[in-house]
Design a binder for this molecule. Structure first.
Ligand code: PMV
Length: 326
């Protein structure tokens, strides 16, 4: 009744923003991401028939209130779908700051889904676990798979799941994450998604995404970095344009964010293959190739607003491990 799973976060190249069904987290568009090796969550789950409520500890802190409710609501959905009643002890650790634009919810709910299925002794496919993880956080559906991943809108709950486009070893593309803020963000993405439809730009974004999915898949298959970078950068700007023009308006960028966006464009104009993307936060993910990582790291070090740099490569999908956190 106890299992531990590790799940990498992921960075979307074509983003998920907006749902057609908020409760089931059925997205408006397909999204494509890279599962990351070096930004991960480890979660141990133990079911115990004697417990009267969930016990949730994240990064050493016992959770209560909204954070804990989100875990219980998620496990409630799994209890119904998988057919059991026990509450769980859950302990979870991230190796990166939570809620700061690195998708901690992606790795958190992917790990929790996998550990729950493992602890219950169930044998589910990655696609089935992806569908379960989606109920906790949309992007978690993608973190269940490794490497280059596409989450399909599907026709409903059963087939809105992620599939692997290419394994991690296919291409050693790098995500150099420039962390400019480690605090909790003000508006979490679950709430943010509900505002997408209010943006006058949203229909244009959805129409545009539909035209970039196939070119992005092809750029991954052909290891065409410039095409991938162009698509990812434009997509991040399109998502943030929707965020900014929604009601209420969401402005995740800080002066440090814009400074970095300008720097990356300047470096690229000088010949450095680097493209930016951003999630729902101020931190900047820089997509680059392995040979450029040290140059990039040195340049980022010279920017005072950059608090920390985290370098990730494509990583494995969510897996069970033998060592438990408790
Ligand atoms: O999975 P959520 O609800 O945290 O949404 C993630 C949204 C973005 O990170 C902004 C985009 C994405 O596709 O990961």
């Amino acid at each position: 009744m106890k299992a531990t799973a590790i799940a990498g976060s992921n960075i979307a190249l074509i983003k998920y923003w907006g749902n057609r069904d908020e409760a089931l987290r059925l997205p408006m568009n397909n999204s494509i991401s890279i599962t990351l090796d070096n930004a991960y969550t480890t979660t141990t789950v133990e079911f115990d028939a004697r417990l009267k409520a969930e016990e949730v500890v994240i990064n050493g802190q016992p959770m209560s209130g909204a954070e804990k409710n989100r875990v219980t609501r998620f496990l409630d959905a799994l209890r119904v779908r998988l057919g059991f009643a026990d509450y769980a002890r859950v302990q979870s650790e991230n190796n990166f700051p939570m809620a700061s634009g690195i998708a901690s919810s992606a790795s958190a709910f992917a790990a929790l889904a996998k550990a729950t299925v493992g602890a219950r002794g169930l044998d589910l496919t990655p696609a089935q676990i992806s569908g379960l993880a989606r109920l906790g956080s949309g992007s978690a559906a993608r973190s269940v798979l490794g490497g280059f991943v596409e989450w399909q809108t599907g026709s409903g709950d059963a087939d809105s799941v992620a599939v692997e486009l290419a394994p991690p070893a296919h291409w050693h593309i790098c995500d150099v994450i420039a962390i400019v803020a480690t605090g909790e963000k003000k508006v979490k993405s679950t709430e943010g998604h509900t505002t997408a439809h209010s943006s006058p730009l949203y229909p244009a974004r959805l129409a545009h995404v539909a035209t970039t999915l196939e070119p992005l898949r092809r750029s991954i298959a052909n290891r065409d970095f410039a095409t991938l970078g162009d698509i990812a950068e434009l997509d991040a700007l399109s998502m943030h344009a929707v965020m900014m023009t929604a009601t209420p308006s969401l402005l995740y960028w800080t002066p440090a964010t814009t400074r970095l966006l300008h720097s990356i464009r300047e470096w690229r104009a000088e010949g450095l293959p680097a493209y930016f993307t951003l999630d729902a936060g101020p931190n900047v993910h820089i997509l680059t190739l392995p040979a450029e990582v040290e140059t990039l790291r040195a340049r980022l070090k010279a920017i005072p607003e950059v608090e920390r740099v985290l370098v990730c490569n494509p990583g494995e999908g969510t897996r069970l491990v033998e060592t438990h956190l408790f």
